[in-house]
Design a protein around this ligand. Structure first.
Ligand SMILES: C[S@@+](CC[C@H](N)C(=O)[O-])C[C@H]1O[C@@H](n2cnc3c(N)ncnc32)[C@H](O)[C@@H]1O
Length: 482
């Protein structure tokens, strides 16, 4: 392919001149004579989101609602902008491999704004039902308006080449052979960094077929799950408001469509959005029998307050006292908002502000790589760095050690991560238990009767492809006498 040798106009695009914004999929344009580039607000918003993620390390899920509001996008336009932006960010690994095969330079030598536009185009061509001619012409228009005329000719040539095959036809061309390099194959086909594929494969006991299912599940948008805080609202109330009963948690309901904020119980602060596995791991901590006192509960890494919200509601019902702490003041403020009666403090869990052995139950929901929640943050898989794993595991060990110090003998500690990476899960627990000799590991699955498929060992591991939840890990530990 000769770069810049093709006409700047979109391949197959009707050539009618059209002024003013065009919204939607780019279909239905006028035909006739030559036309200038058409500004498409949904694609522009998606492009701006990708640029913000690249240039400012923006979080797509946090910025997108603001961007849509500022641009006045709603309904189908908002849905299109969201699909294009999220799909392009998730699929970036696959799309870059294909763009590289269709270009005379590797993706990392393509001007970043142009590369982002090509990713948007590749997503439309390979993963949506937008007609190829519309996907190409709308993307070329975007490039011409936002990057430049020369770049639009290059984009046109690359996109036409991408459009010559569908996703499955591209895979044997761009992905390593599945027999020779299974991890490399899965990484390209399912658009994940190789080190994450490797970590998932290890956590799934080496099962490559199941690893592929997990990777595919990571590329789906997660549904919305609500929690009805006990004593404040009920699943029945959520169901009456349009939600659907859940599979596992007695406090969960799924919201098939619509804005959670439009549900009265959520608007009133009596219910909230919360992943079902998050509910169950917090619940499991409260289910373990303890001999003697059961008054004082601690949530040591509580921000932004998802699990603290549920623990607070349960503590109120059962007459317990919950202390919720977080290292960061702004996170503690969120916890304060999510709870009614809990005492909330800003404190470093590794240097506790509380007395040793003061608590009957302790939750340590440790900071982690977040590899279990990749569905929620479309760009996060590319931001995570394997070099961060040892930093997290060092902190996780200190926090778990401190959580055991904070529990009284006979008390219970729940160690939770939103990552299935073995270095952050079983390895941390094994190491701390061996080093301190302060705890025995309990069979966590016994306290999660609702859900199967949580693994074979003493710990419990939820999975997106098995449970439709985040990949949440739980280990339950009983503090031994000194
Ligand atoms: C995985 S998040 C907790 C999520 C929370 N439990 C929930 O369900 O919403 C980890 C939290 O630990 C906090 N954190 C990090 N280091 C900490 C420390 N040394 N002591 C206490 N909290 C810490 C972070 O600020 C972050 O809010």
């Amino acid at each position: 392919m000769t770069r810049g040798s093709r006409a700047g106009r979109g391949a197959g695009a009707p050539s009618g001149r059209q002024s003013g914004p065009s919204r939607g999929s780019g279909q239905g344009r006028q035909s006739g004579g030559r036309r200038g580039p058409v500004r498409d607000e949904a694609r522009n918003a998606a492009f701006d989101l990708l640029r913000a993620v690249d240039e400012r390390d923006a979080y797509a899920n946090l910025l997108l609602p603001t961007l849509l509001r500022e641009r006045g996008l709603s309904g189908r336009d908002a849905a299109l902008a969201t699909e294009l932006a999220y799909g392009s960010l998730r699929g970036l690994g696959t799309y870059d491999a294909i763009i590289g095969a269709c270009s005379d330079r590797p993706p990392d030598e393509i001007d970043p704004p142009l590369l982002d536009a090509l990713r948007l185009g590749a997503h439309q061509l390979l993963r949506t039902r937008i007609p190829p001619h519309a996907a190409v012409s709308a993307t070329v228009d975007l490039v011409r308006l936002r990057v430049g005329a020369g770049a639009s000719r290059f984009a046109n040539a690359v996109l036409r080449k991408i459009a010559s095959r569908d996703h499955d036809q591209w895979m044997p061309i761009v992905a390593p052979d599945a027999e020779e390099d299974p991890l490399g194959h899965l990484a390209v086909v399912h658009s994940h960094p190789r080190w994450i594929v490797s970590a998932f494969r290890d956590a799934l006991g080496g099962d490559l077929r199941e690893t592929a299912e997990l990777l595919a599940a990571d590329n789906e948008r997660p549904g919305v799950t609500l929690v009805a805080w006990p004593g404040r609202s009920s699943v029945g109330e959520l169901v009456d408001a349009g939600a659907v009963s859940s599979r596992f948690s007695p406090y969960a309901a799924y919201l098939p469509e619509g804005d959670p904020g439009s549900i009265q119980a959520v608007a009133d602060g009596r219910a909230a959005v919360q992943d079902e596995a998050s509910q169950l791991v917090a619940l499991a901590l409260t289910r373990v029998p303890v001999n003697g006192s059961d008054r004082a509960w601690l949530d040591m890494c509580a921000g932004p307050g998802g699990k603290a919200g549920l623990l607070d509601a349960l503590a109120v019902q059962e007459g317990r006292n919950l202390l919720a702490a977080d290292l960061r003041f702004h996170r503690s403020r969120l916890v304060w908002r999510a709870t009614r009666r809990a005492a909330v403090i800003t404190a470093d869990g590794t240097a506790p502000a509380w007395r040793t052995g003061a608590f009957d139950r302790v939750l340590v929901d440790a900071p982690c790589t977040g590899l279990g929640a990749l569905r929620r943050r479309p760009e996060s898989r590319w931001r995570r760095d394997p070099a961060s794993v040892p930093e997290f595991t060092a902190l996780q060990r200190r926090l778990l050690t401190s959580a055991l110090d904070s529990a009284r003998p006979g008390g219970v500690v729940a160690y939770v991560t939103c990552s299935p990476h073995l270095a952050e899960t079983a390895a941390v627990v094994d190491d701390v238990v061996r080093r301190t000799g302060a705890a025995e590991v309990l069979p966590a699955r016994r306290y999660l009767d609702e859900a199967g498929g949580l693994g074979d060992g003493p710990h419990a591991q939820f999975w997106p492809h098995r449970h439709g939840t985040d990949a949440m890990f739980l280990s339950l530990l009983r503090k031994l006498p000194d």
